[in-house]
Design a binder for this molecule. Structure first.
Ligand SMILES: C[S@@+](CC[C@H](N)C(=O)[O-])C[C@H]1O[C@@H](n2cnc3c(N)ncnc32)[C@H](O)[C@@H]1O
Length: 201
């Protein structure tokens, strides 16, 4: 049994206490509301920042996925960089989804859909997947999660995942390759690996 952090709750019980953070990137600055019961309250996670600084440009149109959107820093950056794309911001945590929707509206990003995992239509295929995935759910659950979403990459789609080295980034990369998803390491910095993954061969 994995002891999950409270920010993976579907309905966080901790009282709300919103706090603003500024996400400053070379191409965009976003003021975002975070909250208790949601990952990385009051801060931009360093892994998320690495992904946003170093991931290759997303596909300019089609559908994109932020798997585990939290309060939305990845989804909103995707939506800004690919204004003609539809960005599916998926999270099990309702408070996280609500924050992402509110933050997208405040930023004028109408192309973000903040939804639960079962609310993405089955026929949607993703040109881009970006994720700081929920590693702490444990390896079997993480593998199930990735095997649910990565097969939905479009044939020429690309995924970028950021994972801490000490939480198993290198063994995850090997496992992804064994599953038939070509995986390369794009960056290694400050204890994080940025992995790029292609569609299944
Ligand atoms: C490491 S956090 C990243 C949050 C946000 N993208 C960021 O960069 O700040 C991972 C997120 O995955 C969510 N999550 C956990 N299990 C999930 C699942 N089965 N499906 C979708 N999201 C999940 C958690 O609630 C959490 O918000």
């Amino acid at each position: 049994m994995v002891d999950l952090p409270h920010y993976y709750d579907q309905e966080p019980a901790v009282p709300s206490a919103p706090e603003r953070v500024r996400l400053a990137l070379p191409d965009v600055t976003l003021d975002l509301v975070t909250d208790r019961g949601v990952f990385s309250r009051g801060d931009i996670d360093p892994g998320t920042k690495l992904l946003l600084l170093e991931a290759p440009a997303p596909s300019s149109a089609g559908d994109a996925l932020d798997l585990g959107c939290g309060y939305g820093p990845i989804a909103l950056t995707l939506a800004h960089r690919a204004p003609a794309a539809t960005v599916w911001a998926v999270d099990v945590n309702r408070r996280a989804r609500d924050l992402t929707a509110t933050n997208a509206e405040a930023a004028g990003l109408a192309n973000v859909r903040a939804v639960g995992p079962d609310d993405v239509p089955d026929d949607v295929r993703f040109a881009t997947i970006w994720s700081n995935p929920p590693i702490r759910i444990g390896k079997p659950a993480l593998h199930d999660l990735l095997l649910r979403w990565l097969p939905r990459l479009a044939p020429d789609g690309r995924a970028a995942l950021v994972v801490q080295k000490h939480l198993g980034a290198d063994s995850l990369a090997r496992w992804l390759t064994e599953q038939g998803f070509p995986t390369t390491r794009l960056q290694s910095r400050a204890g994080y690996r940025l992995l790029e993954i292609g569609s299944k061969q």
